[in-house]
Design a protein. Structure first.
Length: 117
């Protein structure tokens, strides 16, 4: 799968995605830092990448309907520390083995993953 990590996630998480065999780019690598959510999502769609972010704004399904996206993953964790995000990423990648991401909104929490579509 193809992913884009938002600027609010550690770029080092890209290695976790890559180690699992995924194609990953970061918002920073593509000079999209500070761009509006809509612009980042447009680039994701053009590249057919799922966005992974801490930004709760993109979880607004009325403004950003999941069916129109390659996938949106929002980390909603008790801590934004690297260890918590890395653990959430590993859980996300494990769930991707049996669940579809395209056209869906995934909310990754400390204890569960909610999938909306």
């Amino acid at each position: 799968m193809k992913f884009k990590l938002d600027e609010n996630l550690s770029p080092s998480l890209a290695a976790v995605f890559a180690a699992a065999g995924h194609d990953v780019m970061t918002v920073i690598q593509q000079s999209l830092g500070g761009q509006p959510d809509q612009r980042v999502l447009e680039v994701c769609e053009r590249e057919q990448r799922a966005l992974v972010t801490h930004d709760l704004d993109v979880a607004n399904i009325r403004r950003y309907p999941p069916a129109e996206r390659s996938g949106i993953v929002v980390f909603r964790l008790g801590s934004q520390a690297h260890g918590a995000a890395e653990s959430a990423t590993r859980r996300l990648l494990e769930h991707l083995k049996s669940e579809r991401l395209a056209g869906m909104l995934w909310i990754v929490e400390d204890e569960r993953i909610r999938i909306h579509g």
